[in-house]
Design a protein around this ligand. Structure first.
Ligand SMILES: NC(=O)c1ccc[n+]([C@@H]2O[C@H](COP(=O)([O-])OP(=O)(O)OC[C@H]3O[C@@H](n4cnc5c(N)ncnc54)[C@H](OP(=O)(O)O)[C@@H]3O)[C@@H](O)[C@H]2O)c1
Length: 360
């Protein structure tokens, strides 16, 4: 791997794009060379285009303020020439995003995407780096299909599943049969804060379009296997979800119920969570949390406001593990939806790809 990679942020003016900008400001491996957004913003400096809608709690990075935004859709060749790869988080129609990301890949510019468009393309890996890092090996088959040498698309999963799938993953060896998860999702997941979405104060909305389907299907791809030129989804566990929007700025919480073929003891579950280390921890990737899953003994934890920023917002918190009357166990999980669940998860995936030589 190289010492430094030049990167672009496509969708830099958006909520996730802004998060990428702040995370990459002092990144040891990645140097932001290009910012791009819609034709509405192209030609303006980052400060002109995004200054008044800056949603991060830290200021816009000085080094990026005067960068002139390129047009994400018409400047593809120009962008591809200047970078080793791009992060992508854009608000466009799914079909348009699919085409756009493939155009970048075909211009030999790898894409690490936060968009959902390619999550179920069979040769596109959808990776939670601690859980299924081996899925990046499908990139060889994808490159053959696209006819590229370097270019490819890798995606991260939806933010909702990042809270409960990490906690379930080490328990799969007991034969997970059934999972019921109710998620309580922050408003930043819709690209909003309380200023831009005042209706959410003192409110709860029992519907997030498309979220339950993603929350039920995406874990099965993450737990799938490479067979030939595609990733084949796992058949178990059966997963059912309800996803609610709640008046929390950041942090998705999940209340989870699980059943097993071979029911483990509570101590076994706690030990597995404590010991769970993945490739990012072994490789000491710059954004990897040291302890991936933290368990809180206190009955009133994890709390979104207190615990979402654990280990830079990259760790997952769990609590309230106890036996249930209808399922074997129930517990609560929390993860930061725009850090671990969005841009931070994208950066960690890019670090894994860099460490494995996929950008060279
Ligand atoms: N928010 C989250 O927590 C979260 C989590 C996971 C995944 N995601 C996904 O990430 C993506 C972006 O989400 P977001 O919340 O950051 O959205 P957002 O705040 O609405 O930002 C959208 C970005 O897309 C750009 N854009 C819009 N139309 C475009 C076009 N025709 N061509 C090129 N760029 C265009 C915008 O540029 P302009 O400023 O120039 O309009 C802006 O940079 C979505 O696919 C979303 O599903 C979001």
């Amino acid at each position: 791997m190289k010492k430094q990679y030049n990167v672009g942020i496509i969708g830099a003016t958006g909520m996730v794009g802004q998060r990428f900008a702040t995370l990459l400001e002092n990144h040891p491996w990645f140097n932001v060379k290009v910012l791009a957004a819609s034709p509405r913003s192209a030609g303006q400096t980052y400060e002109e285009a995004a200054g008044s809608r800056w949603k991060m709690t830290t200021p816009m990075p000085e080094s990026m303020k005067n960068m002139v935004l390129l047009d994400a859709t018409s400047d593809i060749e120009k962008i591809a020439e200047q970078v080793d790869f791009c992060f992508c988080a854009v608000d466009m129609k799914k079909d348009e995003i699919k085409v756009l990301e493939e155009k970048y890949a075909k211009a030999e510019c790898p894409i690490v995407s936060n968009n959902s468009a390619h999550r179920f393309t069979p040769d596109v890996p959808m990776v939670v780096p601690e859980i299924n890092p081996e899925h990046i090996e499908i990139i060889k088959a994808q490159r053959e299909r696209l006819g590229t040498k370097r270019g490819f698309i890798a995606v991260k999963s939806n933010c909702s599943i990042q809270s409960y799938v990490p906690a379930l993953h080490p328990l799969r060896k007991f034969g997970l049969t059934k999972v019921l998860a109710c998620t309580y999702q922050a408003i930043s997941g819709a690209g909003k804060n309380f200023e831009t979405w005042p209706e959410m104060l003192d409110n709860l909305i029992p519907y997030i379009g498309g979220e339950e389907e993603k929350s039920e299907q995406e874990p099965l791809k993450v737990w799938g296997e490479i067979k030939g030129n595609e990733i084949v989804k796992a058949e178990t566990p059966l997963i059912t979800t309800q996803c609610l929007r709640v008046p929390v700025s950041d942090g998705h919480t999940a209340a989870v119920f699980v059943s097993f073929e071979n029911k483990p003891s509570k101590e076994e579950i706690l030990q597995l969570w404590k010991d769970f280390k993945g490739v990012p921890q072994e490789l000491e990737l710059p954004s990897a949390p040291k302890q991936f899953i933290h368990y809180f003994e206190e009955n009133d934890r994890p709390q979104a406001k207190l615990d979402r920023n654990l280990e830079g917002g990259m760790a997952v918190s769990t609590g309230r593990l106890r036996e249930d009357t209808q399922y074997d166990y129930k517990f609560v999980c929390l993860s930061h939806n725009t850090l671990r669940g969005a841009a931070g998860g994208g950066v960690l995936l890019a670090e894994l790809l860099a460490a494995k030589g996929y950008f060279d």
